[in-house]
Design a protein around this ligand. Structure first.
Ligand code: DC
Length: 227
């Protein structure tokens, strides 16, 4: 067993995993790995570079050598080749491209080593789709957050409207279901709970309640892991 504990938080978009991961990492003083941001950054870099997503070799090359920095201007900021792309990677185009990149085995392989490098003392909170099933199989606790698609689409809708961005709820729901299907049905590292994951349905919970529940589970596990 290694001495650096990892906490994995996996699940589909809109399940609350990103917010929960940030808050847990802050609370524990652990490093944060937002693996979705890596897939998103590769997607945006491919778009900018005019790289065809069918060219798996070039995409893998891009993933391997991409110059990505986290937390430069704020804890959740993402910089690509010295430029702040935090907002761009979170657009719907960014989500769509990331889901397509995630289905490319050579891209996943290229990002695998990069993700392992985030494991630093005193610990890591890693969020994504395959953190518990593939990348950090020895995590001390694996959380899988989920929620009904309608609720997840509604959360995204509210987020966009609050930002003053026009959006259509039926379109958001359709796109989300499409990405869910692609992420869950791909042959390599599909979205699914690890066998030893704690599954939490957040449909009827406020984000603060989710954070509280996960924090309780994690704190309990850390105590027994340390003793
Ligand atoms: O977590 P997110 O919504 O930022 O992820 C965006 C997309 O990236 C997701 O639809 C699939 C891909 N992804 C992945 O394949 N594996 C991960 N560990 C994280 C994200």
């Amino acid at each position: 067993m290694t001495s650096i504990p990892v906490i994995t938080i996996d699940g589909p978009s809109g399940s609350g995993k990103g917010t929960v991961a940030v808050r847990i990492a802050e609370k524990l003083g652990f490093t944060l790995l937002d693996s979705g941001a890596l897939y998103r950054s590769v997607g945006i870099a491919a778009l900018r570079g005019g790289i065809d997503l069918r060219d798996h070799q070039q995409i893998a090359e891009l993933a391997r050598h991409l110059n990505i920095e986290f937390g430069v201007s704020s804890p959740d900021s993402v910089w690509l080749d010295g430029e702040d792309v935090s907002l761009e990677i979170r657009t719907d185009i960014g989500s769509e491209l990331a889901s397509q990149i995630g289905a490319i085995p050579a891209a996943r392989e290229a990002l695998y080593e990069r993700q392992l490098a985030f494991r630093k003392a005193p610990g890591l909170v890693a969020d994504g789709r395959d953190m518990g099933t593939v990348v950090f199989q020895d995590a001390i606790i694996k959380i899988y957050l989920t929620a009904r698609p309608e609720e997840r689409a509604q959360r995204r809708y509210k987020q966009l409207i609050d930002k003053g961005i026009d959006a259509s709820l039926p379109d958001l729901l359709r796109d989300l279901k499409e990405r869910d299907a692609r992420d869950s049905e791909r042959p390599i590292s599909p979205l699914k709970p690890a066998k030893d994951a704690v599954v939490l349905d957040t449909t009827d919970l406020h984000i603060d309640q989710v954070v509280e529940q996960v924090l309780d589970l994690v704190s309990e596990r850390l105590v027994s892991w340390r003793s």
